[in-house]
Design a protein around this ligand. Structure first.
Ligand code: TYD
Ligand code: MG
Length: 447
């Protein structure tokens, strides 16, 4: 018996075609050609359509955190958008994922409209990526991207970024929102018809909006937001929309000299059984915050007083030490000072100042901060403590980390249940209340 001929038609104008093409010859839509079902094929059993992506269709990205945010790994033939501000590390994360897939023998095509071969090769070298199975194509032309992908038939097509790809045959304005939409639609069509997994990066503006149409977010299967302050090392990846998993899953990373390293935010807060010389800070990474322990060590010296830090900003550390010296009347000036963040994670957020001050006072006095305490605020030269931005997120992070009291400047819009906020305006207040310096100086004077 002759095999039933598969009918193909454009999903947008219903034009029938005899073989699969990337673009409908009648209406010009990209990636809309699909099996027309019904008459010729007898349709697809509903059970097959309804089946959730199982283990077999998931592939690990090489990062437990990325897999978790994706809902259990990369789903074959899905389209994911990695959105974030310029400089946050999208290209780095993309290349690290491709490197793993390549090591596992999956063919990958990376198309960049942003970077040259030399730039990508330099990043690959920095990351120690061999990339046996990765082929690179610079370019911005949609048709060329699709041709490259169809010729290579890779497991993953990565496009960096969606905003740089143009449909040169289209009438739309280059870089305009309809361009972005048209290009994304074509790539989504490619994913679905060729079974190629598509990873797109996309730029967002400062407000976290995708530069381009919102509609793009509806069209793709998964939107991953990559956040953080480009000046600091902390990054957080979170799932926005996810057709194959939960929304709001997060994974934390640190950007270092060799790319992104996953960190466990619960381990950053070492213990609630505080020992002297450690205090909890609540730094921000993008729209989220996390609790991180900062540590200080004060040593006596006959020679030059060294100041050394790991993870902290040395200038800010020295400034805070000078303010503490003055405000708390602790003789830090002629001592050796060491500062560190838990895990050496980079903390450049000035709102960590107050925690650094608390760690220094604690190290110097031998008195541990109150159990379950955290400190938030930027310290000025005068000793005034400035309110931190996004206090509500920081308090949520404190609560999640099991803290019970937060010394903070500023008026929180919302205080999580069970958390006590002690408002502070001056470093002296925070240190007096947390360490009872008042009692100590009274005792010292009366001794
Ligand atoms: P990048 O991935 O290019 O960001 P995006 O694609 O989102 O614009 O990385 C941005 C920054 O990360 C860049 O300023 C350099 C820095 N970086 C590191 O600190 N370590 C590294 O190993 C790499 C590859 C980049
Ligand atoms: Mg980039």
């Amino acid at each position: 018996m002759a095999r039933a001929k598969i009918l193909l038609a454009c999903a947008s104008c219903r034009q029938q075609v005899s073989q699969w093409v990337g673009r409908c010859p009648a209406c010009g839509s990209w990636g809309t050609i699909e099996e027309s079902g019904g008459r010729g094929t007898g349709g697809t059993p509903l059970a097959a359509l309804a089946a959730a992506p199982g283990e077999a269709t998931r592939v690990s990205s090489g990062s437990a955190g990325v897999d978790r945010v994706l809902g259990g790994g990369i789903v074959r033939a899905s389209v994911a958008l990695l959105a974030g501000e310029p400089g946050i590390g999208k290209s780095t994360l993309l290349l690290q994922m491709l490197a793993h897939l390549s090591d596992e023998g999956h063919r990958c095509v990376l198309v960049s409209g942003e970077e040259s071969h030399a730039q990508v090769a330099a990043r690959a070298q920095r990351l120690g990526v061999s990339g046996q199975e990765i082929s690179f194509a610079p370019g911005r032309d949609l048709e060329a991207v699709i041709d490259t992908a169809r010729a290579a038939s890779p497991f993953v097509l990565a496009v960096d970024s969606i905003q740089t790809i143009r449909d040169v045959t289209g009438a739309q304005m280059p870089g305009g929102t309809s361009q972005v939409r048209v290009c994304a639609d074509a790539l989504i069509g490619l994913a679905k018809t060729e079974g190629i997994t598509v990873l797109l990066t996309g730029h967002v503006t400062k407000d976290g909006d995708l530069a381009g149409p919102r509609a793009l977010e509806h069209a793709v299967d998964v939107v991953l937001a990559f956040d953080g302050d480009p000046r600091s090392g902390l990054r957080v990846l979170s799932s926005g929309k996810n057709r194959f998993g939960a929304e709001g899953e997060t994974a934390w990373f640190e950007m270092g000299g060799h790319g992104l390293r996953e960190i466990d935010p619960t381990e950053l807060l070492v213990s609630h059984d505080r020992s002297p010389g450690a205090a909890v800070a609540l730094p921000q990474a993008g729209r989220r915050a996390v609790a991180v322990e900062v540590q200080a060590l004060v040593g006596s010296t006959e020679g030059p007083a060294r100041r050394q830090v790991t993870g902290l900003d040395l200038r800010r550390f020295q400034l805070v030490a000078a303010v503490v010296d003055r405000a708390a009347q602790l003789p830090l000036g002629r001592t050796e000072l060491f500062g560190a963040s838990s895990g050496g994670v980079r903390l450049d957020d000035p709102a960590c100042d107050l925690a650094v001050a608390a760690a220094l006072v604690s190290a110097s006095t031998g008195v541990a901060p109150p159990t379950g305490s955290a400190f938030v605020g930027e310290v000025a030269l005068t000793g005034a403590v400035r309110p931190a931005a996004n206090l509500a997120q920081r308090l949520a992070a404190a609560k999640a980390a099991g803290c019970s009291v937060v010394y903070a400047a500023g008026e929180p819009s919302k205080v999580p249940h069970g958390l006590h906020v002690v408002p502070v305006r001056h470093i002296r207040q925070a240190l007096d209340w947390a360490f009872h310096l008042e009692d100590r100086s009274v005792r010292a004077h009366t001794a």
